[in-house]
Design a protein around this ligand. Structure first.
Ligand SMILES: [Zn+2]
Ligand SMILES: [Zn+2]
Length: 198
């Protein structure tokens, strides 16, 4: 067993007469809620969960929303940008018949166990968050990306590669040398920058 989940809810107070429980909570998702590659939780991030737990004959039904903000890296231009999360959260909780599998393993898709009159919303939140990310994360729909020659971020302006490169085949050797020189200068510049920062 690891640390106790920050989203364990005591449902022992719910009965047929008193079937509803409103849950509003915020927690630091770092180390708790997984993100796809290229996305991370900023150090001070908080994930807010607002949900209603309803007692039903078979168990508990949870419906609500998850709000937060992650930091994503644009697939095209590699620039970091905030990724706002506003997701529906829907999950069913059922008493588990026999066995003592870990609480965070869903019995079937979207169905999680009730254990010791407690339910853990964390696995359902994890699933909702992971499903929210598309394959391509773009800082904006029309992101121009990076120049494949010099690495310039084309959202910030055109580079000189396409504009001033000699196109006459007799000059191609020169063009190649020029490209290498440009690339070399850029690397040197990056090294200098790294040094001055460190
Ligand atoms: Zn971009
Ligand atoms: Zn370029």
């Amino acid at each position: 067993m690891g640390r106790a989940s920050p989203l364990v809810i005591d449902v022992s107070g719910l009965s047929d007469q008193n079937p509803l429980l409103k849950v509003t909570t915020a927690f630091s998702p770092r180390g708790w809620v997984e993100l796809p590659p290229g996305v991370s939780w900023p150090g001070d991030s908080a994930l807010r969960v607002e949900a209603t737990v309803v007692r039903e004959p078979a168990g508990f039904h949870v419906e609500g929303e998850v709000h937060g903000e992650a930091e994503a890296e644009c697939t095209r231009c590699l620039a970091p940008f905030p990724w706002k999360l506003a997701l529906p959260l829907i999950a069913e909780f059922r008493p588990r018949k026999g066995g003592s599998a870990p609480r965070d393993a869903p019995d079937e898709e979207g169905v999680y166990p009730v254990q010791d009159e407690e339910i853990d919303l964390l696995p359902a939140v994890n699933e909702a968050v992971l499903l929210a990310f598309p394959m391509q994360l773009l800082c904006r729909e029309e992101c121009a990306g990076l120049c494949p020659e010099c690495g310039q971020n084309l959202n910030e302006g055109r580079c000189r590669c396409s504009v001033e490169m000699p196109s006459d085949p007799r000059w191609s050797g020169l063009a190649e040398a020029w490209r290498r020189k440009q690339a070399g200068e850029r690397r040197a510049g990056e090294r200098a920058e790294t040094k001055s920062r460190g």
